[in-house]
Design a protein around this ligand. Structure first.
Ligand SMILES: Nc1ncnc2c1ncn2[C@@H]1O[C@H](COP(=O)(O)OP(=O)(O)OP(=O)(O)O)[C@@H](O)[C@H]1O
Ligand SMILES: [Mg+2]
Length: 335
């Protein structure tokens, strides 16, 4: 298995880092009151975000993948909530058009924070986030966020919950019924159109949440452990459905947070491994498994298991080295 860092890209990336560093230095010289974050953070905050890990599986992480045409560009982002420790430190990440990227890492390492920063629900303490070249300085439209909990309106029926997505997406009312029918069909919920969330199983509620985000038809999907509360089998089925929907949706960019390494590998083009504290990116793996993928078949491939092993090892070494919160829930998908 070959590492996939292409040298021209790496060169571009290095130029970019050098340029960015010198921009920061110039900024600091211009305005000495601008605080260099490095003076504020504890010493372990400065570990370079991509520590290289050689794994027994033969799979090696790739260098940061710098993309000229990134849809999402996260540049040297650090984040501290008021009165708290640093949640993220010096994070750089690019997401390409149509790319499916999963983020894994122990509890508390800043995965949800990263999604909130992309959506503009939170703003970084340092560095910046850009979507399609525009700096994110407020909550953005065109981004669909599926939260860690399903966040359905409990007093509204399945159809009405989906309608919220259509309204936010600016669909004309005359199209609501047909579009809701289509989405109920896509997510297998036709018989539950008039049911309330309390009458549905956890998996069905997540389907409604998925239908709602699809109704909105965003440009970018941010999915925070969307299937985290589901049993192992339902999770695989939902993953398969997501793959099907994603391919029909012309492969929109997806950032998918999960504690489940197998889920991450089976779905993604790239898996980003985060560590804590403060949260930072440790490694990235490009997942070179053929598409379209069948959720069960892909799990039988030896290469699939080698990716899973490599990522497991990364997360375990992070925990042994004193990372974020408990290893067991982080790596077993039992969160
Ligand atoms: N609104 C907030 N105010 C203060 N601190 C926060 C807030 N949200 C998150 N944090 C802190 O930021 C850090 C990262 O939190 P975050 O929710 O991003 O982690 P996570 O990786 O998503 O964890 P999990 O896997 O458990 O969902 C944690 O230390 C957390 O306590
Ligand atoms: Mg979270």
């Amino acid at each position: 298995m070959q590492p996939v860092a292409a040298s021209p890209r790496r060169e571009t990336f290095l130029q970019y880092r050098v340029e960015r560093r010198s921009q920061r230095d110039r900024r600091l010289r211009r305005n000495p009151n601008v605080t260099d974050l490095s003076t504020l953070m504890s010493s372990d905050a400065h570990i370079d975000s991509r520590s290289s890990t050689h794994t027994a599986s033969g799979i090696e992480p790739v260098d940061r993948i710098f993309r000229e045409e990134a849809v999402v560009r996260i540049t040297d982002v650090s984040m501290r909530y008021s009165g708290s420790e640093w949640a993220l430190s010096n994070v750089d990440l690019d997401i390409a058009e149509g790319e499916f990227v999963s983020i894994v890492g122990p509890s508390g390492c800043g995965k949800s924070t990263l999604l909130k920063l992309i959506s503009g629900l939170e703003l970084p303490s340092a560095g910046h986030v850009a979507v399609r070249g525009r700096r994110v300085d407020r909550p953005l439209s065109g981004i669909g966020f599926m939260f860690q909990r399903d966040a359905l309106l409990p007093w509204a029926t399945v159809a009405e919950n989906i309608e919220v997505g259509l309204e936010c997406g600016g669909y004309p009312k005359s199209q609501f019924d047909s579009r809701i029918d289509e989405l109920l069909g896509l997510t297998g919920l036709q018989r539950f159109r008039n049911a309330f969330p309390r009458q549905l199983s956890g998996g069905m509620r997540q389907r409604v949440a998925l239908a709602r985000i699809l109704a909105y038809a965003p440009d970018i999907y941010l999915m925070d452990e969307p299937f985290g509360a589901l049993d192992a089998q339902t999770k695989v089925v939902m993953g398969q459905e997501l793959m099907t929907i994603w391919s029909r949706a012309a492969h929109k960019s997806v950032v998918f947070v999960t504690h489940d390494i197998e889920e991450a590998v089976s779905l993604s083009d790239r898996v980003v491994v985060m560590g804590g504290r403060p949260g930072r990116i440790r490694t990235e793996y490009r997942i070179d498994l053929e598409r379209p993928r069948d959720a069960r078949e892909v799990r039988r491939q030896p290469r699939f298991h080698r990716y899973v092993d490599a990522i497991w090892n990364d997360i375990m070494s992070e925990n042994l080295g004193g990372g974020a919160e408990p290893a067991a829930s982080a790596v077993m998908g039992t969160h």
